[in-house]
Design a protein around this ligand. Structure first.
Ligand code: CA
Length: 640
């Protein structure tokens, strides 16, 4: 090591989170800048590269020139996910770096007690006013013995009507890292890692808007670990570039690392929202709540007036504010017929969401309306019409992937929709990356193997409890998740077990108890929940279940993990006002013991327990002995 590198090494900082248990340190051996993350002195992210390369400047070799730090507070209102008021200390640090040619780049860090996020900020120097980013060398390496909870990035232009990638793949749990991903394209965010007995790490990204592409993690490389990977050229039917481009000065999205000795910080993190800002102000006010939805169980055949009226009446009977009217409404009713149906719904106190395909030049979708949301010339008058008849939101489906071109489409749909007081739900879509705070009319995205798959295939019913014990640690912890759950039918079709032709019983079969289904209403979080209840449930489901589904909130003031292990079981507490809703589900063969008295003592209050008794779902006060929750069973504690 020469004198110069010793001098340079001397300025490398060690950044500490506010309570000093999280530390990020740096090394720049020979001009390759690496960071490392430790919690309570244990290394959770091993030395990993920083840097990026643009078409103009190579920033893959960087030296730190100086560092600025600032203590600040993340204080803001978050009205639709996890916790309503965020208020915690943070450290903002800027590593002023330069490449071997003296070209400047800032690596900006944001540390909370459990999160370390970073992004690159490129200044404008000289004539160059814009750049394309060709690749990022940002990497994530993990200590020996680390296992991953990961879901692969799909091939492009495969699946239903060539609509993938759409973040609808299975997970591999607790698996060694040195294996090829299913498609060889790496893994979608968020990615969870267990560093042996030392702790947990969740890696994701946030702040992705029209000025960048959405990224994912590459396959694992023994030397570099996982690196940030851009979309595939084939996505969006080959249209649009893989390289993101932005004007200078400009910044990349944030790469986020959440760490903990246990899983509570993973489930409770707000880092996806801490480092982003609203992209536009709204003059509208948006109301969240529950919704009925005929398509999920009654499917395409329910796109007729009688069935839509039945689901409007279901929403009204439940006191739910919304109905989602899914694909094909334009062909069945036309715009004039829809005006009449919306009028009927509103006369019952129920507001309407309408489905659209995102369709343009990126897939083969025929479900209609098509070719409206992709085209501002068609989209704007359509949104004016929706506002004029009192429609409150849209569900837009089947997007083209993760390229910057598609991120631009999401942002433009959201922005135009806000002009007309319309909320937006996205399906067949990418993961939201901070959008709950960035866009005032954003509701939630699918980006998960959602409830529709339980209607399509028995294996998804068999996996229902596993998924409910998984997503609060992963998909749903970084963003609102439009799952469409809570089935009270035993068979997931209209007949619900009544024999069809030849005496046969059709339909996939639910494996979970009613108590487990009620738990799903709390475990899965979206500010508007399109639940899978059917009109017959008003009379054939337990009254206790119906009463609970009338009552359960869809937004929360606070979220706390009580216990759990990803994919095995979970006990999760969410508070609205003075009431805690504690939801438990067990996917494992071993019964889960839930000490209700201990939960009462921890959260404060008296529990009403919804659980599985001898005759099915029952409501009772807290039992003295711990509740025993069998496989595919669950429980909800309502603690006041
Ligand atoms: Ca889907």
């Amino acid at each position: 090591m020469n004198i110069l590198s010793l001098l340079l090494a001397a300025v490398l900082p060690v950044l500490s989170g506010p309570d000093a248990r999280l530390q990020v340190s740096f090394e720049d051996n020979g001009g390759t800048l690496r960071y490392q993350v430790a919690y309570d002195g244990k290394t959770l992210v091993a030395p990993s590269r920083l840097g990026l390369q643009t078409n103009e400047i190579d920033y893959t070799r960087l030296s730190v020139v100086s560092v600025d730090t600032e203590q600040l507070r993340d204080t803001y209102v978050l009205d639709r996910i996890k916790t309503s008021h965020v208020d915690h200390a943070a450290l903002r640090a800027v590593l002023h770096c330069q490449n071997p040619d003296g070209r400047k780049l800032d690596v900006e860090w944001h540390l909370t007690d459990h999160d370390a996020a970073f992004r690159y900020v490129i200044p404008r120097e000289g004539e160059t006013g814009s750049v394309r980013v060709l690749r990022e060398t940002s990497a994530f390496r993990f200590p020996e013995g680390t296992t991953g909870f990961l879901t692969p990035q799909s091939d492009a232009m495969i699946g239903w009507k060539r609509s993938k990638p759409s973040y609808e793949e299975h997970y591999t749990l607790d698996a060694p890292l040195d294996r090829r991903s299913q498609y060889g394209h790496g893994y979608t965010f968020p990615c969870l890692f267990r560093v042996g007995g030392d702790g947990w790490v969740l890696v994701s990204e946030t702040g992705v808007d029209s000025r960048y592409c959405a990224s994912h993690l590459s396959d694992y490389d023994a030397a570099e670990g996982y690196t940030i990977a851009f979309p595939m050229p084939e996505e969006n039917n080959g249209n649009g570039t893989v390289d993101p481009a932005f004007s200078l000065p400009g910044a990349t999205p944030w790469r986020t690392i959440t760490v903990g000795a246990d899983l509570a910080p993973i489930v409770e993190t707000t880092i996806a929202f801490d480092v982003v800002e609203p992209r536009y102000e709204t003059t509208r006010s948006y109301r969240y709540g529950k919704s009925s939805w005929s398509w999920i169980v009654w499917q395409d055949a329910s796109m007729n007036r009688d069935d839509q009226v039945a689901y409007i009446d279901l929403a009204a009977a439940m006191g739910w504010p919304y109905i989602l009217i899914d694909a094909g409404w334009d062909q069945e009713f036309g715009h004039a017929g829809m005006e009449e149906l919306v009028r009927y719904a509103r006369s019952k106190g129920v507001d309407v969401f309408l489905w659209y395909s995102s369709s343009g030049w990126w897939n083969d979708i025929v479900q209609s309306p098509v070719n409206v949301m992709c085209d501002p010339l068609a989209r704007k008058p359509e949104m004016r019409w929706m506002e004029s008849i009192g429609v409150k939101g849209i569900k837009v489906d089947f997007f083209g992937g993760d390229k910057q071109e598609t991120m631009r489409l999401y942002e433009h749909i959201l922005s135009d929709a806000d002009d007309h007081g319309l909320m937006c739900i996205f399906h067949g879509a990418t993961l939201p990356r901070g959008w709950e705070r960035m866009y005032p009319n954003y509701v939630g995205s699918e980006a998960v193997l959602a409830s529709e798959n339980m209607v399509f295939g028995q294996n998804h019913c068999d996996l229902e409890a596993m998924h409910a014990a998984l997503h609060p640690f992963l998909r749903n912890t970084v963003g609102c998740m439009e799952f469409g759950g809570v089935f009270l039918n035993k068979r997931l079709n209209r007949a619900n077990g009544a024999p069809g032709p030849g005496g046969r019983v059709f339909g996939t079969q639910r494996r979970t108890t009613d108590a487990a289904e009620l738990a799903v209403a709390v475990l899965y979080q979206n500010p508007i929940q399109n639940f899978a209840l059917t009109p017959n449930n008003l009379t054939d489901a337990p009254a206790v279940a119906i009463d609970f589904m009338k009552e359960v909130p869809t937004t929360w003031d606070e979220t706390r993990l009580i216990d759990g292990y990803p994919g095995r079981y979970i006990v999760l507490a969410r508070r609205q006002g003075a009431t805690w809703y504690v939801a438990a589900i067990n996917a494992g063969e071993e019964p889960v013991k839930l000490d209700v008295k201990a939960v009462e003592a921890r959260l404060g209050g008296t529990a009403r327990v919804l659980s599985t008794g001898k005759d099915g779902l029952e409501a009772a006060p807290a039992p003295k002995k711990p509740l025993s929750i069998a496989q595919n069973d669950g429980a909800v504690l309502v603690i006041r």
